[in-house]
Design a protein. Structure first.
Ligand SMILES: Nc1ncnc2c1ncn2[C@@H]1O[C@H](COP(=O)(O)OP(=O)(O)OP(=O)(O)O)[C@@H](O)[C@H]1O
Length: 712
């Protein structure tokens, strides 16, 4: 709270505004009262009409009235007495003028003090506004407006100061005038003294009277002049007071407005601050919540990290175990392959399986080459023994002495032993179970050749590919399935395999690409080549397809079969007239230096037939001759191998030349000899059995694995 010191020494507390700031208007009111009081005093001293309760002023007024009465009385008194009175009146007037001048001086002082207070108030206002400015500094527009107002007020103060200066100047002029009047009065006194002396000395009353009258007139003129000056001063003072009141009122209004605006701004700022504080509190709460959440998560993370470490440790030990197991698995695999190969070698590197198909119902697609009788009427020419390894071919005679000959007496019996003999009841699955070992050998890196030999209609295609309706899958699709099963299993141990398939046929001693276009380009030559370095056979221009799935292999097979040459013969309406060779190159690596490269040949040979028996003629006869020639070449090759001849006539046919990499010493060979159970085909069957026996007698040599396995 600001305390203002009034001129009378009493402390005056200015009233407070709404916001508690000091009220500049009230301070001014106090000053106004003081000025009024001073002016009243001046009026009284100047003989104004304003009533006053001050005893001093009453006294002064009474004295003035007495003086006036004395003056009035002096006019009728004798000249010497009237001159004294006039002098007294004149002196009193002069004193009054002095007093008035002094009062005006005190008024000026008061005005100056008031101005000084106004300046102080303005300073305080300025300070208050500076404080407001700090609060509302973000409201620059308003601040600028306040600053403009402050500049206006300052300007007004300057103007008021100039006005005060003007008043001071006028006062100074009045003082000059007063001095001049005092001088005149003194002169008049001197003159009066002189005239009194003259009157005393000369006693010329008329001259004294005239001089007194002139002095009186002069005094009255001075009084009028002073009154006029006073009236003018009064008007000026009133004007000044009005202006000051207007300025004060304007300043008060400005101050009120500014304070109201500042208050409003303070409220707005306070509201903003409160809102910001609320937001900060909410943010702090959120931060606290987030911190607690973060702490919770940190704990969770720590738990998870511990868990991860545990799992990693576990994984590390599992990996070690896995490595050991993998190493062991590879060792086991190596051992398995070694044992498997040992077994295969013990069984022989060339094996012959004999398969007798069942009797076919009439109309099943195979006619009776012997003379049109159905197969059912002359079946049962084979007897099986030696626990699935022996077969006797019994030629039916005229006397019904043996059930094995279907009631006909045997006129001859030939016994054969093979690695396996399947009678007509054996299923495709039974047969493949005995074949899968050979397929496994190919996966283990050996060259494997599996072919089906037999007369036309004996079941070679059935055995190698499928039944006529495709429902019973034979060796080729089952071998493919086994290979993909194996490669998928081995991929778990890091093995990657690449399989490349080709499908070709040898028809009339010509190689044809079954995977190529059905419309053959006669200019494309398919020549069988032998690579001495790899000891592999290959055919120029032959299509080789990389297969990644069973489906792709199925496509290869179905495309090839649709291109395969088929023609109807009397022996087999769906007779295959060509040697059909499906070859699969198997390459595998395990990324640790372990590699394996195997070769699997699956061959469906063309049906052998005796031309005289089959009744082939023309083109069919030439086909049969070509087939028989190549089969004979195959027999010769096998015989040469069996005899360990230095020269093996592989080149005698395209078939043997191509199969030399699978019939040589480094390969494993399995031959199916397919037989028809029909007595009508007995002679053909016997021929096939004899051929198979020759093959079975071959010791082709110890097979070598074309691959190696290591843990890298
Ligand atoms: N084990 C079997 N079980 C049932 N049917 C068979 C069996 N073997 C062959 N057949 C049927 O005998 C018929 C002749 O078989 P397949 O065509 O396989 O003889 P092939 O020896 O291939 O004849 P070709 O040499 O003339 O081609 C077909 O109808 C076939 O389905």
């Amino acid at each position: 709270m600001v305390t203002l010191a009034a001129t009378n020494g009493v402390s005056v507390e200015p009233p407070l505004c709404d916001d508690g700031s000091p009220g500049g208007v009230s301070t001014s009111s106090v000053d106004d009262a003081l000025v009024e009081e001073a002016l009243d005093d001046a009026d009284l001293h100047l003989g104004g009409t304003k009533p006053s309760s001050s005893p001093a002023t009453t006294t002064t007024s009474s004295a003035a009235a007495a003086a006036a009465a004395a003056v009035a009385g002096a006019t009728s008194a004798p000249p010497p007495a009237g001159g004294v009175l006039r002098r007294e009146v004149t002196l009193h007037v002069l004193e009054t003028v002095n007093s008035r001048v002094e009062n005006i001086g005190s008024i000026i002082l008061l005005l100056r003090k008031q101005l000084s207070r106004l300046k102080d108030a303005l300073e305080r206002e300025t300070l208050s506004r500076v404080a407001s400015d700090a609060l509302v500094e973000r409201h620059s527009d308003k601040i600028a407006s306040l600053r403009r107002q402050r500049r206006g007020l300052r300007q007004k103060v300057v103007e008021e100061a100039a006005r005060a200066d003007t008043l001071a100047d006028r006062i100074s002029t009045l003082q000059g005038e007063r001095d001049r009047l005092v001088g005149e009065v003194r002169a008049a006194q001197a003159a009066h003294a002189a005239s009194a002396a003259a009157a005393a000395e000369a006693a010329a009353s008329s001259a004294v009277t005239a001089a007194s009258a002139a002095e009186e007139a002069r005094a009255e003129e001075l009084v009028r002049e002073l009154e006029s000056t006073k009236a003018a001063r009064d008007g000026e003072v009133a004007t000044l007071l009005r202006e000051m009141a207007a300025v004060k009122s304007e300043m008060a209004a400005d101050s009120t407005r500014s304070l109201a605006a500042a208050t409003e701004q303070v409220r707005a700022v306070t509201a903003q601050r409160d809102s910001a504080v609320a937001e900060a509190a909410a943010a702090a709460a959120r931060v606290t919540e987030l911190e607690s959440d973060s702490n919770r998560r940190v704990l969770q993370l720590a738990d998870l990290e511990r868990e991860v470490r545990t799992l990693r440790d576990q994984l590390g030990s599992n990996n070690q175990e896995m490595t050991l197991l993998r190493r062991q698995s590879l060792d086991d695999e190596v051992e398995r392959r070694r044992l498997h190969n040992q077994v295969q070698e013990l069984k022989g590197n060339i094996r012959v399986y004999c398969r007798v198909r069942p009797l076919l119902l009439s109309g099943a697609g195979v006619g009776d080459a012997a003379g049109g009788a159905s197969e059912g009427s002359a079946s049962g020419v084979f007897r099986y023994h030696s626990r699935g390894r022996g077969i006797d071919a019994v030629k039916p005679g005229d006397a019904p002495t043996s059930s094995a000959t279907g009631g006909l007496p045997p006129v001859g019996k030939w016994g054969f032993t093979f690695d396996r003999v399947f009678d007509g009841s054996a299923t495709q699955g039974d047969v493949f179970a005995e074949v899968s070992e050979m397929v496994q050998s190919a996966l283990d890196g050996y060259r494997v050749c599996i072919f089906a030999y037999g007369q036309s209609g004996s079941g070679k295609t059935h055995t190698m590919l499928s039944s006529a309706d495709g429902g019973e899958l034979g060796v080729i699709p089952r071998a493919v399935a086994q290979i993909f099963d194996h490669t998928e299993r081995m991929s778990a141990d890091g093995w990657q395999f690449e399989l490349k398939a080709s499908f070709m046929e040898v028809y009339n001693e010509q190689v044809r690409d079954l995977l190529g276009s059905a419309e053959e380009d006669p200019n494309v030559k398919y020549d069988v080549k032998f690579d001495a370095a790899t000891k592999l056979c290959w055919v120029t221009n032959l299509t080789t397809a990389t297969v990644n799935s069973r489906e792709e292999v199925d496509n290869v097979i179905s495309t090839s079969l649709s291109n395969r040459s088929t023609a109807s013969t009397r022996s087999n309406e769906r007779s295959s007239r060509s040697h059909c060779v499906f070859r699969l190159h198997i390459s595998g690596s395990n990324g640790h230096g372990g590699k394996v490269s195997g070769l699997l040949n699956l061959i469906d040979l063309a049906g052998s037939e005796r031309v005289k028996v089959s009744g082939a003629a023309g083109a069919r006869m030439r086909e049969a001759q070509a087939i028989n020639k190549s089969l004979s070449a195959l027999g010769d090759v096998i015989a040469a191998l069996a005899n360990k001849d230095k020269h093996v006539p592989f080149r005698n046919s395209k078939l043997t030349y191509f199969l030399q990499d699978s019939l040589g010493g480094d390969s494993k060979t399995l031959m199916f000899v397919n037989l028809s159970p029909s007595s009508a085909h007995f002679s053909e069957s016997l021929c096939s059995l004899r051929f198979a026996q020759k093959v079975n007698a071959c010791e082709i040599g110890r097979a070598n694995k074309n691959g190696r396995v290591s843990l890298g």
